[in-house]
Design a binder for this molecule. Structure first.
Ligand code: NDP
Ligand code: MG
Length: 381
């Protein structure tokens, strides 16, 4: 019996993880967590009977305690609660599907407690890739990627132990503004940016997909997960999102994973690996999908991608600063405080103002994140 804990069960990945669980046998949800959406958390608790529910927001935790008084479920709150869910006794795999750097501490604690990680929360690897991978090695735990591209790469690596990766082909849909030039992006609104053509996701990652920051974060995620150099990772715009990514080996053979754009497939593989389990999710009909295209990304228009490369090549604490600044930039764009093109401008200003540390601990990364967020909140145009 696999026993899991889902951090961020009320989000896009969290709810899809529960859909996957419903279709699987021999899996038990031990702990779930949320922040603002306690109506959904209550429904999930009544349906999946976890032993523990953690609510980040203290007030919401109190309300939920009252509502679930008839259940034998412990309700905890705050970061301590999130960590308790991440380290809960008997859990073997923790699905990290909270959004943003908030996932850092619980992911670290889960690894220290010997849990395997089904990783969706890419911000954790972006900020602290080296520390996370070192800690995972030390505690002999596995990190199973949930992100569709990284799951595709992981799947393309199966059966190739000992074979060197020549190149990783990391595909990107290009988002809602693919093909547009800077002038055309000056006045786009949050609603325009939230209309993703292929994927239905949380707001933050949807904006990241529109700016191509998401692909930048994924380049970093790939570097840490698969231990490759940045120059070995090639981003390819593939608007149909059928080829989820690929690995090229030294003999020139390219192995890819394909499928309809449906996060439930990579989520399921992260939970059932190495087994493949039958499910009712949609299948690709190639006769209907005859036009699969590939192109280079436009790094001048979508500057976030080049900023991510800069952060990755510089290293140290700079990726954490890029990530923190991006979280604030996205939140400010969604509130209508800054324009779409000011997202990369704000991140760049924050990066330029920062002095990078090359020797660092988790505390230093949390500090870099806090510094970047405070700075990015104050930048005005
Ligand atoms: P959502 O915004 O849909 O969900 C976020 C989850 O985190 C919710 O459960 C939310 O709780 C919780 N949360 C938000 N803020 C806090 C906080 N301060 N403290 C504790 N919990 C919090 O995000 P997604 O599911 O889209 O994304 C989750 C992660 O997965 C991200 O890192 C994203 O990049 C990654 N990812 C997502 C994909 C997707 O298809 N959605 C694809 C690949 C990766 P509540 O709703 O109750 O407030
Ligand atoms: Mg992805």
């Amino acid at each position: 019996m696999r026993k899991i804990s889902i951090l961020g069960s009320t989000g896009s990945i969290g709810t899809q993880t529960l859909e996957v669980v419903e279709n699987l046998e021999n899996i038990k949800v031990m702990a779930i967590t949320g922040n603002s959406n306690i109506d959904l958390l209550e429904k999930q608790a009544r349906k999946f009977h976890p032993e523990l529910v953690a609510v980040m927001n203290e007030k919401n935790a109190e309300i939920l305690k009252g509502r679930l008084a008839d259940q034998k479920i412990r309700i905890v709150s705050g970061m301590d609660g999130l960590v308790e869910a991440a380290t809960y006794e008997g859990v073997d795999t923790v699905v990290t599907s909270v959004v943003g750097n908030i996932g850092l501490k619980p992911t670290f604690e889960a690894i220290r407690a010997g849990k395997n990680i089904a990783l969706a929360n890419k911000e954790t690897l972006v900020s602290a890739g080296q520390l996370v991978m070192d800690l995972a090695k030390k505690h002999h735990i596995h990190i199973y990627p949930v992100d569709s591209e990284h799951s595709a790469i992981f799947q393309s690596l199966q059966g190739n132990t000992g074979n060197r990766i020549q190149r990783i082909l990391l595909t990107a849909s290009g988002g809602p503004f693919r093909g547009k030039k800077r002038e055309e992006l000056e006045h786009v609104t949050a609603a325009d940016a939230l209309a993703h053509p292929n994927w239905s996701m949380g707001k933050k990652i949807t904006i990241d997909s529109a700016t191509l920051m998401n692909k930048g974060l994924e380049v970093m995620e790939a570097k840490w997960l698969f231990d490759v150099d940045v120059d070995q990772i090639e981003v390819l715009i593939h608007p149909q999102s059928i080829v989820h990514s690929a690995v090229e080996y030294e003999d020139g053979a390219i192995i890819a994973q394909l499928g309809e754009p449906d996060m439930r497939v990579p989520i399921q593989y992260a939970l059932t690996y190495p087994k493949r389990v039958k499910n009712p999710f949609p299948r690709v009909d190639f006769a209907q999908r005859s036009n699969l295209t590939f192109d280079k990304p436009d790094m001048d228009t979508f500057k976030c991608l080049s900023l991510a490369y800069r952060a990755l090549k510089t290293g140290g604490t700079l990726p954490a600063v890029l990530n923190g600044a991006n979280e604030v930039a996205v939140a400010r764009f969604l509130k209508g405080e800054i324009s779409f093109l000011q997202i990369p401008a704000l991140i760049e200003q924050t990066m330029d103002a920062y002095t990078v540390k090359y020797e660092y601990t988790l505390e230093d990364l949390l500090e870099a994140d806090a510094w970047a967020k405070a700075y990015a909140k104050k930048v005005s145009f």
